[in-house]
Design a binder for this molecule. Structure first.
Ligand code: ADP
Ligand code: ZN
Length: 707
C-alpha cells in the first residue's frame, strides 16, 4: 500500500511539516503530472522528488550534473534507510555493472545519473526494461545557453519525454530569472507542467558590505574573529595569488584556512575540499571556481574580498551560506580599486558590443547595490522581480542606518578637476591637485595654476577616494579603456556639474568606528548550554568518523540545537526532534541519548553565571536588545549585568553606553553631588526627565565606582 507523503516526511526524513510548495509539488508528481520548480538554495528541492519516488512504484531517475552532489545525496538517503545509488564516472566497470543489476532487479527507489550516461542508447534501453517512478532533472538551468552553467547534453534531455511519455518529470533549479524559466519549459518540452515559484529570499542570511578603508585583510580577520570564530566559511578572492596570501595569513593567525583554485593540483583541491566537508570549522579561501556542487549545509559565512561582476553572481555565491536555515553572514569588503579594475576588465573583454552593454549594466547594478543607503535585501529581491514590502532588519543598512551627506559641492569640485586636467589622470593625481600638493609633476603640467588647485581641503585623502569611488560607481565618471586608470566625465555628470542635481552620498569614511557592536552571536545556544552542545557535537564527530560521513549527514546543527533545547530522555521524545527519522533513531539515537542523560541534572545557572553569560554575549558583539531577546530578560536587567562588568573592568563604559561624553559627565556630576557613596539613581532619573533609563544610569555609576 503506498504511504502518504506526510508519513514519509515524518518517518523517513524526521521532519514535521512541509515547507513552501513542497506538498503541492509532491502531490502533482505522485499523480503522474509534470512540474517545474524554482526554489532558492536551501529551499528543500530534494524532498520534492525524493518523497514521490517513494510513493510511486518503480525507480526514480535523477539527472544531476555534479558528481559530488550525487554522492552527497545518495549517502544522505542511505542514512535515512532509502535504497539509492548513483551511476557516474567515479565508479569502475564492476561497480557500475552492480548498480545496473540493482536497477534491473527493481532494488532501487532512486538512481542518480549523469546526463551523458543517461543519454547513451545502452542506458535508455536499460530504462525501458525497468519500472520507472519519475524523472527529476536537477540544476535544470543548465539547458540555458545564455546561462553560465550551460551543458549541451541537457538540451538532449527532451528525449526522455519522447521515449517515456507516461512518466512524470520534474525540472528543478535555484535560478530565478524569467528567461531561464522559459528556456527550461521550452527546451525540455514542459509546456503542460505546473510551475511553482518560491520566494527567493534567504531570510537567515545577513547581508553586509563594508568599504575598504585601507586593509581588507585585517578587516576580514576582524570580521571572522568577532563573529565567526570557529565557524566554517568561504572567502572568495579574484586571483590565485590573493587566495594563497589570504589562506596563509588566516592560518598564521591560528585559523584553519585552506586554499582552493585552479592552479592547484587536482589531488590537493580534492583533499582540501574533503577537509572542508568532513571537518568542523574550516575556512576555504577560493576563487569562484569553488562552490558549485558543494552542498555543505552549515557554511556560516561567505566573505567576498572582491566585487562579484553581477548581482546574479553575488546572490549565487552568497547563497552558499546557511543552507540549513540557521543564521549566516554574507560579508563583503570592496573599495575604489575594485571598481576601477572591474570596469577595465569589462571594457577590455572580448565580447561584442551587445554583450558588453549587458555586462556593463549588470556591473552597474552591482555597484549600485554596494552604495545603496536603504535595505539591501529589498534591493536584491527587487532586482530579481520580487519586491519586499518592508525593510528586512537583517542587513547592515537596516541594523545601522547609513548617514548620508550632501556631496554636491565636493562632487562638483572633483568633476571639474577631471575636466580641467584634461581627463587624462587617475584618482591619486586628481586628489593631489584637489588638496594642493606641492609636487613637481603638478607644476610641470601647470596644474598648480588651475582654479581647482588646492580647493579640496574640506575632505582628507581617504574621503576623496570614497567620493571618487561613489562617482564612478554611479557612472558620473568612467575609467579609460587603455587601462591607465585615468578618469573621464560621462554624460550623467552634467546635471551635477550644472548644479541641477543634488547628490546625497553614503557617509562611510566619515564614521568609521561605530560598527563593532550590535552583531549577532555566532553561538546558537546560550552559554549555559554550551557544554551540552559541545558534547553533542563531539558525539556527532565521533560517529561521522566511524561511518566515514560528513558530520552534517549524521545530524544537522539544527537537529543538535533541538536536542539541546528539548533534552529528550526517551526514544519516543528523541523521535520527535526535527531531523530524526526512524532509521537514524535506530542508528544513532542511543548515542545521543546517553550524552544528554549524562549531562542532565548537572547544571543549574547561578547568579554569577547569568552575569557572566550576558557579558560574554556582549563581548562577542551582541547588542543589549539582542541579548535581552535571546535570554528572555529585560534590557534593564541586561544593563544591570553589564554594569557589573564595568565595575570589574571587564567592559568599557563607552562600549556599553552610546551617550555623548558631555552628557555622561553631566550625569556623573549629578551622582557625585550626592556625596561619597553616590547610590541614588532616582533623583538623577527624574532630573533628566526620565529620558535615560535606569540600566544605563547604573552603568554610568559603575564607571564611577571603578574610577
Ligand atoms: P536545495 O536542494 O533546495 O538547496 P535541500 O533539498 O538540500 O535544498 O534542503 C535544504 C535543507 O532543508 C536540507 O537540510 C533538508 O533536509 C532541509 N529540509 C527540506 N525540507 C524540509 C522540511 N519540510 N522540514 C525541515 N527541513 C527540511
Ligand atoms: Zn535590510
Amino acid at each position: 500500500m503506498p504511504q502518504s507523503a506526510v508519513n514519509i516526511l515524518r518517518h523517513v526524513f524526521g521532519y514535521e511539516d512541509f515547507r513552501f510548495h513542497q506538498a503541492d509539488i509532491i502531490d502533482q508528481l505522485a499523480q503522474g503530472r509534470d512540474v517545474v520548480a524554482l526554489m532558492p538554495t536551501g529551499g528543500g528541492k530534494s524532498l520534492c522528488y525524493q518523497i514521490p519516488a517513494l510513493m510511486r512504484p518503480g525507480v526514480a531517475i535523477i539527472v544531476s550534473p555534479l558528481i559530488a552532489l550525487m554522492q552527497d545525496q545518495v549517502s544522505a538517503l542511505l542514512q535515512n534507510g532509502v535504497k539509492a545509488a548513483y551511476l557516474n564516472s567515479s565508479l569502475d566497470g564492476e561497480q557500475a555493472a552492480q548498480v545496473e543489476q540493482q536497477l534491473l532487479s527493481a532494488e532501487l527507489d532512486l538512481l542518480y545519473v549523469a546526463p551523458e550516461r543517461l543519454l547513451t542508447e545502452r542506458f535508455l534501453d536499460l530504462l525501458s526494461r525497468s519500472q520507472l517512478a519519475l524523472f527529476a532533472i536537477d540544476e535544470a538551468h543548465c539547458v540555458s545557453q545564455w546561462g553560465h552553467d550551460f551543458r549541451p547534453e541537457y538540451i538532449q534531455l527532451s528525449i526522455l519525454h519522447e521515449r517515456f511519455p507516461d512518466i512524470p518529470r520534474i525540472a528543478l533549479t535555484a535560478t530565478a530569472d524569467a528567461t531561464t524559466q522559459k528556456e527550461i519549459i521550452q527546451r525540455l518540452g514542459l509546456q503542460q507542467a505546473k510551475v511553482f515559484i518560491s520566494s527567493f529570499d534567504r531570510p537567515n542570511i545577513c547581508y553586509r558590505i563594508t568599504q575598504n578603508s585601507g586593509n581588507a585583510r585585517d578587516e576580514l580577520l576582524r570580521f571572522i574573529r568577532n563573529e565567526h570564530q570557529g565557524d566554517a566559511g568561504i572567502v572568495y578572492c579574484l586571483s590565485r595569488k590573493r587566495v594563497e596570501q589570504i589562506a596563509e595569513y588566516l592560518s598564521s593567525k591560528g585559523m584553519q584556512a585552506l586554499p582552493y583554485h585552479a592552479g592547484l593540483s587536482a589531488s590537493v583541491r580534492q583533499q582540501n575540499q574533503q577537509r572542508f566537508i568532513n571537518e568542523d570549522g574550516i575556512i576555504m579561501v577560493a576563487t569562484i571556481a569553488f562552490g558549485m556542487g558543494i552542498d555543505k549545509p552549515d557554511v556560516r559565512f561567505v566573505a567576498h574580498l572582491n566585487l562579484p561582476k553581477s548581482l546574479e553572481a553575488y546572490y549565487q555565491e552568497t547563497g552558499r551560506a546557511g543552507r540549513d536555515g540557521l543564521p549566516a553572514t554574507a560579508w563583503m569588503n570592496y573599495g575604489l580599486q575594485d571598481v576601477i579594475m572591474l570596469q577595465q576588465m569589462m571594457q577590455n573583454s572580448e565580447s561584442d558590443e551587445q554583450h558588453k552593454r549587458v555586462e556593463r549594466s549588470k556591473l552597474d547594478a552591482m555597484l549600485g547595490f554596494c552604495e545603496i543607503t536603504d535595505c539591501r535585501r529589498q534591493a536584491l529581491l527587487e532586482y530579481f522581480g520580487e519586491p519586499l514590502p518592508q525593510p528586512c532588519g537583517n542587513c547592515d543598512t537596516c541594523m545601522e542606518p547609513v548617514e548620508t551627506w550632501d556631496a554636491t559641492r565636493a562632487a562638483q569640485k572633483a568633476l571639474s578637476c577631471v575636466h580641467r586636467t584634461g581627463q587624462r589622470f587617475g584618482v591619486n593625481y586628481l586628489i593631489d591637485v584637489l588638496t594642493g600638493k606641492d609636487m613637481d609633476r603638478i607644476r610641470q603640467f601647470g596644474h598648480d595654476k588651475l582654479s581647482v588647485f588646492g580647493i579640496g581641503d574640506e575632505l582628507n585623502n581617504k574621503q576623496w577616494r570614497t567620493l571618487f569611488r561613489q562617482l564612478i560607481a554611479r557612472n558620473l565618471l568612467s575609467v579609460d579603456v587603455e587601462g591607465h586608470g585615468s578618469l573621464r566625465l560621462s554624460e550623467a555628470c552634467r546635471p551635477v556639474l550644472r548644479g541641477e542635481q543634488t547628490l546625497m552620498l553614503r557617509k562611510d569614511i566619515l564614521k568609521q568606528k561605530t560598527t563593532a557592536k550590535q552583531r549577532k552571536s555566532k553561538t546558537f545556544v546560550s552559554d549555559n548550554d554550551v557544554p551540552l552542545w559541545e558534547a553533542l557535537r563531539e558525539c556527532r564527530m565521533r560517529l561521522a568518523k566511524e561511518n566515514q560521513l560528513p558530520p552534517y549527514q549524521i545530524f544537522h546543527d539544527a537537529t543538535l540545537m533541538a536536542m539541546v533545547e528539548n533534552q529528550p530522555q526517551t526514544h519516543e521524545q528523541m523521535r520527535r526532534i526535527s531531523g530524526v527519522g526512524d532509521h537514524k533513531l535506530e542508528l544513532y539515537g542511543d548515542d545521543f541519548l546517553s550524552v544528554i542523560q549524562e549531562y542532565a541534572g548537572q547544571h543549574k545557572p547561578s547568579a554569577t553565571e547569568t552575569v557572566a553569560e550576558t557579558i560574554q554575549l556582549f563581548k562577542v558583539g551582541m547588542s543589549v536588545e539582542a541579548i535581552a531577546a535571546q535570554r528572555n530578560l529585560t534590557a534593564t536587567t541586561i544593563y544591570g549585568h553589564l554594569s557589573k562588568g564595568i565595575e570589574t573592568d571587564e567592559l568599557e563604559l563607552a562600549d556599553v553606553v552610546a551617550l555623548e561624553p558631555e552628557k555622561i559627565n553631566r550625569i556623573q556630576d549629578m551622582l557625585l553631588e550626592q556625596g561619597e557613596d553616590a547610590v541614588k539613581l532616582k533623583p538623577v532619573f527624574d532630573a533628566l526627565d526620565k529620558e535615560v533609563e535606569y540600566g544605563v544610569l547604573r552603568c554610568i555609576r559603575a564607571a564611577l565606582i571603578r574610577a
